[in-house]
Design a protein around this ligand. Structure first.
Ligand code: FES
Length: 160
């Protein structure tokens, strides 16, 4: 009869000791958390500082942070290229000179997508625009394609 009671007491004792151990651990954990969070906070800042550096690695040449449209080699001299996602056309009238235009037709808003030689043509009603300055060369459109600022960073064409 005494043995089961002793076992219970022993087990209760273990539970109390265990609870105390747990409580001590929690307190210790809190202490560790406090000091640990300070340390990891600094680490996180270091990591955050290194992440942009990694991201910047792709755009080291620019540093402007503008959207990269593509490579300069994708735009033929005397021609141009449409960047559909940005609705921007970039032309290269003379070697090394890159000019940006809105690809939204000033007639009724279609995307000007045909670029041959020095002419940008809207497929909807065949308005034609100069690839040098966006001026109207023909068709129903009466307003030029608006300019869009682009710049060259290394071998990439960047918006802005
Ligand atoms: Fe471009 Fe009409 S929308 S010519």
């Amino acid at each position: 009869m005494t043995e089961p009671l002793d076992r219970r007491r022993v087990l209760q004792g273990v539970a109390v000791v265990g609870g105390a151990t747990v409580a001590t651990s929690l307190l210790a954990a809190c202490g560790e958390d406090t000091s640990g969070s300070t340390g990891s906070g600094s680490g996180a800042r270091s990591d955050a500082a290194s992440d942009p550096a990694t991201t910047d690695g792709g755009s080291d040449g620019g540093g402007g942070g503008g959207t990269v449209l593509g490579s300069t080699s994708d735009v033929p001299v005397g021609g141009g290229r449409l960047y559909e996602g940005e609705k921007v056309i970039v032309t290269q009238p003379t070697e090394g000179e890159f000019v940006g235009f809105s690809a939204v037709c000033t007639h009724q808003g279609c995307i000007v997508s045909l670029i041959e030689d020095d002419t940008m043509t809207c497929p909807c009603h065949n308005s034609e625009f100069s690839a040098e300055d966006g001026s109207v060369l023909g068709g129903p459109a009466s307003e030029p394609l608006p300019s869009v600022a682009v710049s060259v960073s290394g071998d990439e064409i960047v918006l802005g």
